[in-house]
Ligand binder design. Structure first.
Ligand code: KG4
Ligand code: ZN
Length: 338
């Protein structure tokens, strides 16, 4: 019997404030997964400073790639292709990973594969689960995107609804920054919320009762800020406000996603993106999905936030189809379609 050769892909990710490299075999087996986070550097500014992010990527990219080869116990020539995120993200940051990937592909004579960062986040589910049934509905929630997608099969996406203003992660980050409780805002709010009581403040569930699957988080964010301005900031109130804000966001996201899944007779619900690391969102999605008879999947915490294993994994099907990128590939801040 003819054996199919193993395909090992090097993934490179530098779209925001993580410099990451990973090697994944056959789109499933993570041989290495190295992430150098710049969070500590951007923390003092309360958010990502694009110029600093690019400069840090330049310093780190070679070290991170070498660490990925070392962790996998492989030599440069052992890989079959180089996959790189080229959109969406901070262009200056993307260009560091992209330029490195091009040079590496050129020097090794291996194909280059362009990967959409959002496809990577969604694929993180497929790195860890091989029993996902279609059709599926995916809630992608990151720092820059919030959408509900219909997936008739793996790699096929139809947008059912999206945020019309802030992304969920962006709202977490902005509110946390306003409250002065740290960056990134999602984990900071989750931590504060664990010590607070939801319902002491009351925030609106914006768009919850609209029939479509769009979201709006800008008004929720402003409502939280206004309530904080009016409040006398006593006792545990910052934690109580964080708890109410998180509860409102989780309710809106989970109710709309389950409704979307029911409307299109989905069998599975997937969560993807950095906000998918939120413990309350994971709990609520699991509870509501099971109640509705749906199977729910989310990546492990390390694969929710930015990493390169998800990029290398996504590239496997592109490799199988010969979907390679030319060496004049460019980087793009946003995407025209998913
Ligand atoms: O996917 P990601 O790492 O980067 C983008 O592609 O944007 O997502 C980053 C976002 C940030 O807004 C961050 O605050 C949020 O994910 N995040 C969380 C949590 N961990 C990260 N939001 C809520 N709860 C968390 N535990
Ligand atoms: Zn991301």
């Amino acid at each position: 019997m003819k054996t199919v050769p193993d395909i090992k892909i090097l993934g490179i990710e530098s779209s925001c404030d993580e410099t990451a490299a990973a090697i994944v075999k056959n789109g499933r087996h993570i041989l290495s997964n190295v992430v150098n986070s710049q969070i500590a550097i951007h923390q003092e500014f309360g958010g990502v400073v694009p110029e600093i992010a690019s400069r840090k990527h330049i310093e780190n990219i070679t070290l991170v790639v070498d660490a990925a080869f070392k962790e996998a116990g492989l030599k440069y020539e052992d890989i079959d292709a180089i996959a790189v995120t080229n959109a969406p993200g901070l262009v200056g940051a993307l260009l560091v990973g992209l330029s490195f990937a091009k040079g590496f592909a050129y020097a090794l004579g291996k194909p280059l594969i362009a990967v959409n960062h959002l496809h990577g986040h969604i694929y993180a589910n497929f790195l860890e689960h091989d029993d996902i049934e279609f059709p599926a509905v995916c809630l992608i929630v990151s720092g820059g995107h919030t959408s509900i997608l219909y997936m008739s099969e793996a790699g096929h996406y139809e947008v059912m609804g999206s945020t019309i203003d802030d992304a969920a992660g962006e709202a977490f980050d902005k509110v946390a920054r306003f409250l002065g409780i740290g960056y990134p805002g999602g984990p900071a709010i989750q931590k504060a919320a664990a010590e607070g009581i939801a319902g002491k403040f009351v925030l609106p569930r914006v768009f919850l009762n609209r029939k479509n699957f769009d979201f709006s988080f800008s008004g929720l964010k402003t409502a939280a800020m206004n309530q904080w301005k009016k409040n006398n900031h006593e006792n545990n109130s910052v934690n109580d406000l964080a708890a109410e804000f998180q509860t409102a966001l989780v309710e809106i996201l989970s109710v709309k996603t389950i409704r979307a899944a029911q409307e299109c007779n989905a069998r599975s619900v997937l969560l993807a993106g950095g906000v998918a690391a939120n413990s309350e969102l994971r709990k609520m999605m699991k509870f509501k999905s099971e109640l509705a008879g749906l199977k729910v999947y989310y990546p492990s915490l390390k694969l929710c936030t930015d990493n390169a294993a998800m990029i290398a994994g996504t590239a496997y099907s592109q490799y199988s189809k010969g979907d390679f990128a030319p060496l004049n590939l460019n980087a793009y801040a946003s995407l025209l379609s998913l």
